[in-house]
Design a protein around this ligand. Structure first.
Ligand code: NAD
Ligand code: IPM
Ligand code: MN
Length: 359
């Protein structure tokens, strides 16, 4: 039975990079996936005032094995209301508490740091994905007056902090055994004190993991100065958002970065880290690799590890031969780059079958 994939291209370049990723997935895992496209996004919102039908997200969680999302955000919706409804709606309603964002440059020339090779950088950011200031708790008082008060509460729960930390420790144990927790407990003792205390409790259950702590500002510094030592980084929703754009720069830019929104055992959501990039939308300029690699993360999560590796290998080859878009130094358009990578998957698949036959 094919796995059911809900596809939400969304807005802007999401509508260019997601078709590329879907086409790639069809090639990488023939017959294994069945795609259903949803038109949720700004167009629909501007037409009818609703970004999606009522109960839409619950349907995704119930009837699909995974969700592939492009990006949401449109200058015609300055409040970003539809994007919050779709993107944050999926993360919150499906309780996808771990936003997993791997950081690994796939070619030396993608790494902007002097004297570092691509192989020097290989870490994963695990970002808490359901709490913090994103929870929407707050309000405005005396709005639009000189005395206006605006509150955006940083919500941290014991349950929420503990589960994402445990997820990160498990991941660290399966990787190189190093975990770094980053917070701002020196200035935010209530919420981030909870992160500290939870960290102390959970790390005692994982004596085999080398666990360290940094304040988030020091981590930002270290990520640029020398990111070689990092393996798994766990942090809160807002800090995780910020450092993963920074980390995207370490792997060639936002066009390259992939992510998974997970709650083990449930329908996950896979999306590139970048947004809808309105300035380049509709011009066949967007780098499709972040979306393609998000598709590879999805394949891996659904149990198609070999297909995921075939996609990564094809991307790697496109980088080696510079069949890529302008943001990473190539000359191809979105469609041409994706087409080249996709054609490369066939070759890798053939080679692999050939190798299997020989063994
Ligand atoms: P952005 O990621 O869309 O763009 C930042 C910069 O990176 C721009 O210069 C853009 O041209 C470039 N860029 C991004 N993706 C690229 C790609 N694939 N290829 C080449 N260049 C790429 O961030 P932004 O400009 O802050 O946000 C634009 C809109 O997207 C906003 O509405 C924002 O809220 C939304 N957004 C959505 C998501 C999401 O849906 N997951 C994520 C981030 C931002
Ligand atoms: C991301 C985005 C979103 C976030 C925005 C669009 C709400 O920046 O997925 O990284 O902050 O989580
Ligand atoms: Mn972001």
């Amino acid at each position: 039975v094919p796995k059911k994939i809900a596809v939400i291209p969304g807005d802007g370049i999401g509508r260019e990079v997601i078709p590329a990723a879907v086409s790639m997935l069809r090639r990488a895992a023939p017959g294994a996936l069945e795609f259903t496209e949803f038109d949720w996004g700004a167009e629909r919102y501007l037409r009818g005032g609703l970004a999606m039908p009522a109960g839409g997200i619950e349907t995704l969680g119930r009837d699909f094995d995974a969700i592939l999302l492009g990006a949401v955000g449109d200058p015609r919706v300055p409040s970003n209301a539809h994007a919050a409804e779709i993107l944050l709606g999926i993360r919150f309603k499906l309780d996808l508490f771990a936003n997993v964002r791997p950081v690994k440059p796939l070619h030396d020339r993608l790494c902007p740091l002097k004297n570092l090779a691509a192989s020097d950088i290989d870490f994963v950011v695990v970002r808490e994905n359901t709490e913090g200031p994103y929870a929407g708790v707050g309000g405005n008082f005396k709005r639009d007056t000189a005395n206006e008060v605006a509150i955006e509460l940083d919500l941290n729960t014991r349950h929420g902090v503990e589960r994402v930390m445990r997820y990160a420790f498990e991941l660290a144990r399966a990787r190189r055994g190093c975990l770094l927790m980053a917070d701002k407990s020196n200035a935010m003792p209530h919420g981030h004190g909870l992160w500290q205390r939870t960290f102390a409790a959970v790390r005692s259950e994982y004596p085999e993991v080398a666990a360290e702590h940094m304040y988030i500002d020091a981590l930002a510094y270290q990520l640029v100065r020398d990111p070689r030592a990092f393996d798994v980084i766990v942090t809160n929703n807002l800090f995780g958002d910020i450092i993963t754009d920074l980390a995207a720069a370490l792997q060639g830019g936002l066009g390259m970065a992939a992510s998974a929104n997970l709650h083990p055992g449930r329908t996950g959501m896979f999306e590139p880290v970048h947004g809808s990039a309105p300035a380049i939308a509709g011009r066949n300029q967007a780098n499709p690799i972040g979306a393609i690699l998000s598709g590879a993360l999805m394949l891996g999560d659904l149990g198609f590890a070999a297909a995921a590796r075939r996609v990564e290998a094809a991307v790697q080859r496109a980088l080696e031969e510079n069949h890529v878009t302008a943001d990473i130094g190539g000359t191809l358009g979105t469609i041409e780059c994706a087409g080249w990578i996709e054609a490369g998957i066939e070759t890798s698949a053939d080679e692999q079958e050939h190798a299997t036959e020989k063994n």
